[in-house]
Design a protein around this ligand. Structure first.
Ligand code: GLN
Length: 208
């Protein structure tokens, strides 16, 4: 018997930034996206939402909104329960420590992150680099990108820019300092969708 392909439900934090591009990329990568603006939409009761993307944008603005609308604590809890993928400002939100300037964060990803680390002239760039993903060089779009300055022992780097990791994975967390949703290549979103499917299957197996 051929089973219909399972499409996980993945939320995109939709406060500010390029969440719409992420939702479109998720749909192309085989997931069912939904926009998340409230703690209720995170569905911490475990129903429906299988994973979450924290998009790029302005992390300070996002942080203020999260704190004001009771989303900060809810997101922290979600990070311990389900797969989460942070891109650009999303990495800043996920990190254990944020510098330049110091900023509060969710502390889920064992990494030290420097904001706006690539200077003014080069604060936006499109680079191509080999990664651990199969399929050849990956396009990476950097927009006033942060730099991952340090990672903990459980964090696996999958791609680099000038020696600093640009794509990392720590268990069911993934983080990219670039914007994979702005490229046509869907390998990064497909990897996250696969992580979400694996986490969901493992959870279902444990519950049996
Ligand atoms: N410079 C932004 C910040 O510090 C991040 C930029 C981005 O997400 N494209 O929050």
């Amino acid at each position: 018997m051929i089973e219909a392909e399972f499409r996980p439900h993945i939320g995109v934090l939709a406060i500010q930034g390029d969440y719409a591009a992420h939702a479109a990329a998720l749909a192309e990568a085989g997931a069912i996206p939904s926009l998340v603006k409230t703690p209720e939409e995170l569905r911490l009761d475990g129903q429906s939402l299988d994973g979450l993307i924290l998009p790029g944008g302005e992390s300070t603005t996002m942080l203020k909104f999260l704190e004001r609308h009771g989303l900060f604590e809810a997101l922290k809890e979600f990070c311990g329960m389900k797969p989460v993928f942070g891109t650009c400002a999303g990495v800043i939100l996920l990190a254990r420590e944020v510098r330049n300037p110091v900023q509060r964060s969710l502390g889920a990803l064992d990494a030290v992150v420097d904001r706006n680390a690539y200077g003014r002239q080069v604060d936006s760039a499109i680079l191509h680099a080999e990664t651990t993903l199969p399929g050849g060089p990956l396009e990476m779009v950097f927009i006033r990108a942060p730099r991952i300055a340090r990672i903990g022992p459980d964090v696996e780097p999958l791609a680099f820019r000038e020696g600093a990791p640009t794509l990392v994975r720590q268990g069911s967390l993934m983080a990219a300092t670039f914007h994979p949703e702005l490229s046509l290549d869907r390998r990064v979103h497909r990897l996250f969708v696969e992580m979400v499917k694996t986490a969901k299957t493992a959870k279902a197996a444990r519950a049996r």
